[in-house]
Write a protein that binds this ligand. Sequence first.
Ligand SMILES: Cc1cc2nc3c(=O)[nH]c(=O)nc-3n(C[C@H](O)[C@H](O)[C@H](O)COP(=O)(O)OP(=O)(O)OC[C@H]3O[C@@H](n4cnc5c(N)ncnc54)[C@H](O)[C@@H]3O)c2cc1C
Length: 386
Amino acid sequence: MVAELRTRAPGETVDSVAFRDMCRKFAAAEVAPRWEEADRDSHFPIEFYHAAARAGLIGMTAPTALGGAGLGVHETVIFMEEGSKINPNLPVSVLIQEIAGGLLAEFGGDGLQDIVRRNIAGECLLALAVTEPEAGNDIQNVRCSARRDGDDWIIDGQKAFISLAGYADVLVVLAQTDPSKGRHGMSFFAVDRKSAGITTRQLATYANRPVPTYGVDFKDVRVPAERQLSGGFREIMAGFNRERLLVAGRWLGHMQHAMEWAKDYAQTRHQFGKPIGSNQSIAFMLAQGHVDVEATRSLTYAAARRWDSGVPIKDIVLEVSSAKLFATQAVYRVTQNALHIGGGWGLTEELPAMRMALDALVAPVTVGSYEIQLRVIARQLGLPCD
Ligand SMILES: Cc1cc2nc3c(=O)[nH]c(=O)nc-3n(C[C@H](O)[C@H](O)[C@H](O)COP(=O)(O)OP(=O)(O)OC[C@H]3O[C@@H](n4cnc5c(N)ncnc54)[C@H](O)[C@@H]3O)c2cc1C
């Protein structure tokens, strides 16, 4: 599908309206029929990845020479928004391919480009392994180590919360290569998930269940030297900033879904002989929700447009973190209000309100928590905030 939109002159932007329409159709055809069973069973439907690859949605920003679509961050945000209007979790599997594949495409040598090609073709699922049991937001504290042994590296350590690790063909793993250099002594490695010494254990979570997370142990895992990426801490942070924009798109889609549901319920549920939405207190929640959606949309797309204009990443960190923080707060408000509007029925599985509220609880936690975004913003304002 994306291929049809690629036939444009250099420098021309893709037709966003047509792209959005394509994403909407893809979500209706591929997310809608799969997410409920995946949520119930906490399993990732791998055929969703294959469908996304067939549609040209894996490697959206990857160079066309590698089989990617060569699109901008703007389009990836559109995809996240439209997909998440149906379910906010399955589209995250595409986001992970985008970020992990982007690192490989940009910082992997020639030997790693074949992984990117296979990833885009739907033949090699990636997972991004950064977080550790003792290094969550504080990724400078990563302890997973890589030590040189002849032509190989040997990786030891533990990772936690690694989405899709149990399904992935290749893990893109952050490890310490030189502890004396602190955060500048780290590298990513592309590690075959089935390598000897790797074990995975699925974590039971209340949210994000169609894209399960895993604890991953590395014990004397041998990795050829050409599997080391050249990027360091600065490049990791660039990837994280892009991810923050994509998750803002994710929560933008999810809050619209919750708003639509809550508006409809408030108009059709009657108490005291009138729709509950005709009470000012309920109507105000929905009015606030409308502003939350529009403000998130403005912040997120403004940052995405600036990103695609080629501004150095250091100059748009403020916009990116502002969009991520606001989306995080807004999706929480909107889904908690939807749950409240659902009343007692909202707490049952008869209505979708609780599922939507549970999934939104992931928002302030991942890719730099609520407090971390505030800290970034404060520092960007010149405040010496720790
Ligand atoms: C569903 C899900 C999917 C995930 N997928 C991935 C993945 O694919 N790959 C990956 O590498 N990781 C993944 N993660 C990990 C995620 O990024 C971490 O959970 C996140 O970094 C938070 O780490 P933590 O849970 O250890 O929290 P901690 O860092 O321990 O934080 C706990 C609390 O302390 C607060 N806090 C921490 N530091 C400060 C500070 N300096 N100032 C003020 N408050 C602070 C935090 O805001 C938070 O409220 C995933 C997590 C979840 C829940």
